[in-house]
Design a protein around this ligand. Structure first.
Ligand code: M6R
Length: 614
């Protein structure tokens, strides 16, 4: 949560920082701020609200400076207001800081600092850190660099920080632990940011700052990379593959709609170079090296949060059904705190779009300590989770900016599907002809998703208009489509703020059926597959109680057509691949309801794209 960006070079810092903050706004959007070094003054401008409010706030002010840093906040400590917004000053106002993360021991440190005479303006943990840095510098009479290192060695928690010094207009100091930080290297200019999106416009050369590493960037002398224990490191300069147009709406009203519509392409990108329907093979470099571990695993543990956890549930069906490997799927936040039994014959798959989710990272570390093999499925290249894993596969869905995850989900499911089919074949659990049959059908999925988008969009829009004022929704599914029901409900909740619950269809009669009346829309994923008759019975049970059924069915399903109030048709496919098609109308449904209700689709209240706090 929170986005940070900083600039030093020959150009004006303010427009670069503001534009960068706009790109990072998906990480938090309750307040924003900027620090600039101007005529030997360290000036801070900050306000509650979005980056556009900050832009408005500074529009009449002098913002001339070639060194600056900014922050967009998702509040953890202290309500969102002007005072709690970053940057924060030290007591003397000689130092300023921006911070993404949480200083867990801030209360103890604050108490000690207060005893030493410090007073604080805000309720934030971040202000404590900048006071601590100043206190260390004063007590030890050391350089700011040394003081930052010592202070960081005293704090517990997570941070990506940038520090500016009033007395040094040529230097930026930055460090990270647990929160992401990227350095961009331009021609006589440098950028620091939470991810590469604010940087890509100016340079393709970046260094992903590692855990407990610090970078000191000097306008004239370049940068040095070291650990916060002061051990020099050799930087590895990556070349970004990210393209600027990927970060723009491209004519769509919202990023979420753009990302829903990108799915035929993003699914293809996830398959590119891996699934080959001409020679009928799946080749995944990340899997190859560790395939013996997966094939011989006692069980697969899957940890993730939110939508990624739903992708994990689909994977449970895939791996057990096709590869006959026992799978346990767990919320990372529960797994990490419940003393789970893990051993070296377990393979843990961590799924995360951002690659930064704090709970998922902690679950990985725990399983790694206990000897499990860790496999990561992430979207953001260079993020923290891929660095903690033994092996992994990127999903290659491209940047996902809408807070509600859409194309990342289908990309995760596609990658997991390819792995499951590959392992099933290697393990001898499916025949060669079945292997080929699955590959040929999987290859058709991007076109089928395109077809779903083309044929259901208008209908879903109309249905949204009918049900937009409902206070509750129930989503039902069975088998492979049970996780899709959960995902449909989550999408609706997060962007339209309508209460929705996802349930396995058969569980309905064990409780939720009591909720059904003529005001309850019930979305049923009822494709024509193994439990078809059962789900038809479930629909009948809903209809008998006057529930209003919106059914996602396989094309030409006359039975459900005669029962449900609305029927949304999707093409036939292999049952394991049906989530990739059935989820699409549910994404559209939540999108159009949120739009009809006038909600902020891309930046729903209280949420952030990257959850780097537990
Ligand atoms: O980046 P991750 O995939 O690890 O994020 C996990 C969840 O925070 C995320 O899926 C969240 O639930 C989304 N807002 C869902 O749309």
């Amino acid at each position: 949560m929170c986005g940070i960006v900083a600039y030093i070079g020959n150009n004006q810092a303010c427009p670069i920082v503001i534009k960068g903050l706009q790109r990072l706004e998906y990480r938090g959007y309750d307040s924003a701020g900027l620090a600039l070094l101007q005529n030997n003054q360290l000036n801070i401008f900050k306000t509650k609200g979005k980056v556009s409010d900050l832009e408005q706030f500074i529009s009449t002010k002098n913002t001339e400076s070639t060194i600056g840093m900014g922050h967009t906040r998702w509040a953890t400590h202290g309500v969102p207001n002007d005072v709690n917004a970053h940057p924060h000053y030290s007591g003397s106002k000689n130092i300023a800081i921006i911070h993404n993360g949480i200083i867990e021991n801030y209360a103890v440190l604050k108490e000690e600092l207060i005893k030493s005479g410090h007073s604080f303006m805000s309720d934030t943990d971040t202000e404590v850190l900048v006071h601590l840095i100043e206190e260390v510098q004063k007590n030890d009479q050391c350089s700011l660099e040394k003081a930052i290192q010592e202070a960081l060695n005293e704090v517990t928690g997570a941070y990506a920080i940038v520090v500016m010094d009033k007395n040094d207009p040529d230097t930026l100091y930055a460090a990270r632990k647990g929160s992401p930080l990227v350095l961009g290297i331009g021609k006589d200019e440098f950028f620091l940011a939470s991810d590469a999106t604010p940087i890509v416009e100016y340079t393709k050369n970046v260094v992903y700052i590692g855990e407990e590493e610090m970078v000191v960037v000097n306008r004239n002398n370049g940068f040095t990379l070291k650990t916060i224990q002061n051990v020099e490191k050799t930087p590895y300069i990556h070349e970004l593959e990210l393209k600027l147009e990927m970060l723009e709406k491209g004519g769509y009203e919202h990023f979420m709609l753009k990302e829903i519509y990108e799915q035929p392409r993003s699914i293809k990108d996830s398959m590119r170079g891996r699934l080959n329907a001409i020679d009928n093979t799946i080749k995944m470099a990340g899997v190859k090296e560790f395939e013996h571990k997966i094939i011989n695993a006692n069980r697969i543990l899957i940890v993730a949060c939110g939508t990624s956890w739903h992708a994990g549930l689909v994977a449970e069906y895939l791996f057990e059904d096709l590869a006959r490997i026992p799978v346990e799927v767990e919320y990372a936040s529960e797994f990490r705190y419940r003393n789970p039994v893990i051993n070296e014959n377990d393979v843990l798959i961590a799924i995360s779009q951002s690659g930064e989710t704090a709970d998922t990272l902690a679950a990985i570390k725990l399983a790694k300590e206990k000897g499990a093999t860790i496999f990561g499925i992430c979207n953001v290249v260079g993020s923290s989770i891929p660095r903690e894993t033994h092996a992994g596969s990127y999903t290659h869905a491209g940047p996902e900016i809408g807070v509600a995850s859409t194309k990342a989900f289908t990309a995760q499911v596609v990658v997991l599907t390819m792995i499951a089919i590959y392992i099933a074949f290697k393990k001898g659990k499916i025949t060669e002809s079945r292997y080929h049959q699955l590959i040929i059908e999987l290859d058709k999925i991007p076109d089928k998703v395109k077809h779903v988008l083309e044929t259901t969009n208008e209908q879903v829009k109309q249905i949204s208009d009918i049900y937009k004022d409902a206070h509750n929704f129930l989503y039902l599914g069975r088998g492979y489509n049970f996780p899709v029901a959960l995902e449909g409900a989550l999408k609706l909740k997060e962007i339209s703020y309508i209460h929705a619950e996802g349930y396995p269809a058969a569980e309905m009669k064990h409780g939720p059926i009591a909720l059904i009346d003529e005001n309850m829309p019930v979305v049923v994923v009822a494709t024509n597959q193994s439990a078809y008759e059962k789900i038809v019975s479930n629909i009948q049970e809903v209809v008998a109680r006057k529930g209003r059924v919106i059914a996602i069915v396989t094309k030409a399903d006359d039975t459900i057509k005669s029962l449900a109030e609305h029927v949304i048709e999707i093409p036939e496919t292999e049952e394991p691949f049906s989530p990739l098609l059935s989820v699409v109308p549910l994404q559209l449904l939540s999108y159009y309801i949120a739009v009809a209700l006038g909600k902020n689709v891309d930046q729903p209240r209280n949420l952030a794209k990257s959850v780097t706090v537990e």
